[in-house]
Design a protein around this ligand. Structure first.
Ligand code: MN
Length: 506
């Protein structure tokens, strides 16, 4: 458990996250303009009359965006509202030409409600994190302050791009229910899972560095064991896991100090200072009332047919959490291996392609990927599109690795020879592992009579050690195995060698 020790005792931190992910869609949520506003696109070239808020222009809801929200909702085990509404959240800022943001009011159900995801909590056990809602809204435009010494500009390309805002829940009426984030590490784990789910479903790139995922972090503190929540402060627009963790810890300590000195926490918006990792008050928090939310009269309620939800459910791919469970339960992988192999959808697809339903191959493939392949990123293509020699580098494919694992399992080669073949591939050898084994004469000797002959020679040449072994120094077995392997130029099957030696030495 993450606690902070202070004068009056131990404190715990309560974290709520409002995560905005930018939804992948060809066009914007309420207009036909392109939603791809990447930095190479000239400013103000992807702007419809709706995005520029020309008088009389009416928004039209993009059905694909709705589908993306449904997909994500199903991905976080949530309920999809049969009916929800759009509202206007009103404020003035130069990057908001309408003078309001079309969103879904927090006082009403959103399109996605009551979801949850599971993370591994700080105590090492699975922990459910409740999600109150995920709602649709428009992104704002972008102000540019660095293009002219005395003027600022506005680029409307991002205006109206769809965002999904995902809000974690606090079960206030049920304080025993510990289904919320209580440490910086848990915050990171939660965000990584949101990112994983969004990417697996193709809903968002959810990339913090590129700004397609940003989080508002709400922090409050309470004495360990307390059954109430204190007032919180919000740190806005965080775009790095590292900064989020630093900010939570600093902000928690700031609040504890105020409370321990008899003060109270005022709800406010904090600024995070990247330079020294501190938070400072930016402004006192505006109330929802200040935004004067009201239903947007230009848009009909969003009605979703249950049949449509079921149709989308049937097209859902396996999500990373389910893949992990499958690897552990069906393929017998260790938890750590399963986690490594589901870090991205591409990795698990590569692994699945190598295993190709041959369950008995799974552990071998996992070992090779994690301990060997991952160390040589230039020698494989995780999207599994390239093969052969590319730019002078040998690309190892799932089929190559499967073949190598099978050759060992079938006793065609031993572990050392497999490693040699692997190294030859890294060095640029072309052809399948079988072809490489043939070319370099790397066939394992499993023929008992051939091995017996070598064993006899080794025993004859080491009479003193044989005496010692027979008088009880059985630890010498390794000495004999080593000598037989050496005499066979590493080609003998170590299992068979062991067996025959034990038999002959008595
Ligand atoms: Mn928002």
């Amino acid at each position: 458990m993450f606690t902070i020790k202070c004068k009056t005792g131990d404190w715990e931190v309560v974290v709520g996250l409002e995560t905005h992910i930018e939804v992948l869609s060809k066009s914007k949520i309420f207009s036909g303009a392109s939603a791809d506003y990447n930095p190479t696109v000239a400013p103000n070239t992807q702007v419809s009359m709706v995005d520029a808020a020309m008088p009389g222009m009416l928004p039209v809801l993009n059905e694909y965006c709705v589908e993306q929200a449904i997909k994500f909702g199903l991905g976080i085990n949530a309920e999809i509202a049969k009916k929800s509404r759009f509202a206007r959240k009103q404020y003035f800022y130069p990057d908001l030409p309408q003078g309001y943001q079309i969103t879904q009011a927090t006082s009403e159900p959103a399109v996605v409600n009551h979801g949850w995801i599971e993370i591994i909590g700080d105590d090492g056990n699975p922990k459910k994190i409740l999600i109150e809602r995920a709602h649709l809204e428009q992104d704002a435009a972008k102000n540019k302050h660095d293009m002219h010494p005395s003027k600022s500009f506005v680029d409307l390309n991002r205006s109206g791009v769809m965002l999904l805002e995902i809000v974690t829940a606090l079960d206030v009426k049920n304080p025993e229910n510990n289904s919320f984030i209580t440490s910086p590490d848990e915050a990171e784990k939660y965000l990584r899972q949101i990112r994983e789910i969004a990417r697996a479903l193709g809903v968002s790139k959810a990339n913090m560095e590129e700004g397609s995922m940003r989080a508002d972090v709400n922090v409050s503190v309470r004495p360990v064991g307390a059954k109430y929540f204190n007032e919180r402060c919000e740190i806005k627009n965080m775009v790095s896991f590292k900064f989020i963790k630093t900010a939570i810890e600093y902000e928690a300590k700031r609040q504890i100090e105020i409370l321990e000195n008899g003060g109270t926490i005022d709800r406010c918006t904090m600024r995070f200072n990247q330079g020294d990792g501190t938070t400072t008050v930016e402004r006192s928090k505006e109330d929802a009332l200040d935004y004067r939310y009201f239903p947007d009269p230009d848009l009909l309620p969003l009605v979703i047919d249950p049949e449509r939800i079921e149709r989308i459910r049937r097209t859902m791919p396996e999500l990373p959490a389910a893949t992990r469970a499958r690897y552990i339960e069906k393929l017998g992988l260790a938890e750590y291996d399963a986690a490594r192999l589901t870090e991205t959808v591409d990795i698990s697809h590569w692994f699945d392609a190598a295993v190709a339903d041959k369950t008995e191959r799974a552990k071998g493939v996992a070992n090779w990927m994690i301990s060997e392949l991952f160390a040589h990123p230039e020698n494989y293509d995780i999207t599994n599109k390239k093969s052969g020699i590319v730019d002078g580098m040998r690309i190892i494919t799932p089929t190559d690795l499967a073949e190598l694992v099978d050759m060992v399992a079938a006793n065609e080669i031993n572990g050392k020879q497999a490693k040699d073949i692997f190294i030859k591939m890294l060095d640029g050898a072309d052809g399948t592992p079988h072809a490489i084994a043939d070319k370099f004469g790397m066939k394992q000797i499993t023929d008992t009579s051939a091995i017996e002959k070598i064993v006899d020679e080794v025993i004859a040449a080491n009479a003193p050690q044989v005496e010692q072994y027979k008088s009880g120094k059985t630890g010498l077995l390794g000495f004999f195995v080593g000598n037989v392997m050496k005499a066979s130029a590493g080609k003998a099957n170590p299992g068979v060698v062991n067996e025959i030696l034990k038999k002959k030495l008595g």
